[in-house]
Design a protein around this ligand. Sequence first.
Ligand SMILES: [Zn+2]
Length: 281
Amino acid sequence: MTKLYIDIGGTYLRSELVVGANLIKETVSSQAQGLLSYINHMVLKHPDIDFIGISYAGQVYDGRILFAPNINVDETNIKETVLSRYGKRLEIDNDLNCAVMAEAQYWQSSSVAALYVGTGIGAAVIDTGSLVRGSRNLSFEIGHIPYRSAPFLCGCGRDNCIELFASGSGMGKWLHHYGSDQCINLEQLKNSKIEHEQFVATEFEIALLHAAGTLVTLANPEFLVLGGGIVEKNPYLLGYLKKYLQLYALAPSLKTLRIELSQLKNGPLLGTKLLEEKYYG
Ligand SMILES: [Zn+2]
């Protein structure tokens, strides 16, 4: 049995090829190479691949890529194309949907909201053991809830998404707006003596509280699991949310809520291993 698992984000495409008991990992740029071209390369190299699972940082519905502003898309109808061209079964889902499946399995819970903050901010929810999908698999796109106007645009085309404040790309856009193109992390911004850098960090924290409070109020999960690159590098955000979430979420929904940091190395990639079973429908 040979299986190919792929996690594709705005910067990297990470893959794991499982050949029997062996695991081959690879990381390439997701800008330089399209997904179909990568699969083509892997299938030619490993013709015995019998399943391909993909976690995708964009909107995905019924095996098709609907929208992915940050990724090089060389084929939208990816599931059908790979099946007709190579006779291989492929399942693809949104990265947060994949992550929350892996989180629900890790925390052994049927009621989990995952909130991941990296380049973007995303959420997904498993409620009573089922992934909440919506009619077009777009549920809980928390990054694009209206928040406040910013002097620049989100990848979706609007100027008032919460992702413009509570994400790595949002912080980068604010710093660029203030004339700085340096890559500065959240901790440095918090401790900076420069007024606009402190402002960007504070705005990030408040917007994150809004996003988490909205998610918890709407989904009423047993677990709120925080993950993604910015959370991993700033674990203080766990204590921060535990302290202040009461100001942003409906009180009864906090009563039995457990807020945890993700313990998974790569939740979205782990979730691709659950796609074959269609465990969450
Ligand atoms: Zn948006």
